[in-house]
Write a protein that binds this ligand. Structure first.
Ligand code: FAD
Length: 327
């Protein structure tokens, strides 16, 4: 077993391999943290195992929509902490449809926050930890076995297991059934030409390109994520050969007119935008988030889908466990 560390922002662990946890959650992303937080708040002994040794930046637009903020507020997570940590409140949204009928709309309201992914993940993990969840980093899980009626996950035993590993295969046991969308994104530092409270979306960008890639759902984004940082990226409804070329073309068309003195902080990366379309169970585990196909790739609104599925699964697990205790 690889050496592991307990994250320093986590409560001192009561880690003890003879303990039978009520639930082990695999993956400390959005869905896993929410689920663990809910279960711990309801008095369960919860352990989260995260493969990464620590959180780092990941490929994401960083837009926590107002729907996500509402969901987090409903479960009493105070998202103002994100703003205090340097994230950007998004109060204006520019939507630009250059392809078909030229239409530019600027709406005002509350459109949520823009943040770095590292900041979001740390915030979510702190919430779970504060509720009593134990989190161990540097603990990739590759197999889940049943021992008597318990789940055996690495060296830990649990009554319930939750798979929250995002849009990835879990070893060879789950096949990638659908890859509905792709995205490529980059974090840049730039002086604001648009307001730092304004997120921009350029729709139907494909029609500008020689690829003749037609889809209303194809778009390019520019999202303020605090501290003069911007997340720029492009969403593709299906993969195509020259995604990077298309991305670079959109970057040169839009970013230079929207931002000044752009410098790359994190180079562009391509990745799938949910979902694994998981159906069926691995050892009767509960699957949540992107892994369970619970993100909405058409709108890029994966974070709200992950939050919702974490909440939903925790309620179901709590009711199952309460029923068992009551019997
Ligand atoms: C380029 C891009 C841009 C996006 N932009 C946005 C956006 O602006 N707004 C939005 O709402 N959504 C966006 N999304 C979607 C959003 O990021 C996902 O839908 C969301 O992160 C899904 O959450 P999750 O908890 O299911 O998975 P994740 O957040 O991916 O978390 C899974 C966790 O499990 C861990 N893990 C994986 N395998 C193992 C293992 N074997 N053992 C232990 N741990 C493991 C991972 O390290 C990770 O920490 C974007 C996605 C992409 C790719």
């Amino acid at each position: 077993m690889a050496a592991h560390t307990v994250c320093n922002l986590i409560l001192p662990g009561k880690r003890d391999s003879s303990l039978i946890y009520d639930c082990v959650v695999i993956g400390c992303g959005v869905a896993g943290s929410v689920c663990a937080y809910m279960l711990s708040n309801n008095g369960l002994d919860v352990l989260v195992l995260e493969r990464l040794p620590e959180f780092s930046e990941k490929n994401c637009g960083g837009w926590i929509t107002s729907r996500s903020v509402d969901l987090l507020s409903a479960i009493k997570m105070d998202t103002r902490e994100l703003l205090a940590g340097g994230s950007s409140g998004i109060k204006r949204r520019l939507a630009y449809h250059p392809g078909g009928s030229p239409e530019t709309t600027v709406s005002t309201g509350f459109f949520g926050f823009g943040t770095t992914r590292k900041n979001l993940n740390e915030f979510m993990a702190r919430q779970a930890s504060g509720a009593g969840t134990e989190i161990i980093f540097g603990q990739p899980v590759h197999n889940i076995r049943m021992r008597n009626s318990y789940f055996e996950i690495n060296e830990y035993l649990a009554k319930k297991a939750v798979l929250a590993i995002g849009a990835r295969k879990f070893d060879s046991q789950v096949k990638l059934k659908s890859i509905p969308a792709f995205a490529i994104s980059e974090i840049v530092t730039a002086g604001a030409v648009f307001g730092t409270d304004m997120a921009c979306q350029f729709f139907n960008v494909g029609s500008l390109l020689p690829h003749n890639y037609q889809s209303e759902r194809n778009y390019f984004w520019i999202i303020p994520i605090g501290n003069d940082l911007w997340n720029i990226g492009m969403f593709f409804v299906t993969a195509c050969k020259n995604m990077r070329k298309q991305y670079n073309l959109c970057r040169s068309l839009y970013v230079t007119q929207a931002l000044a003195n752009v410098k790359t902080v994190i180079a562009p990366r391509e990745s799938t935008l949910g979902t694994i379309d998981f159906s069926g169970g691995i050892c009767q585990c509960t699957a949540i988030g992107d892994f369970a196909g619970e993100c909405d790739p058409n709108s890029g609104g994966g974070i709200s889908g992950a939050i919702e599925s974490g909440i939903f699964a925790s309620k179901r697990l709590l009711s199952e466990m309460t029923t068992v205790v009551a019997k």
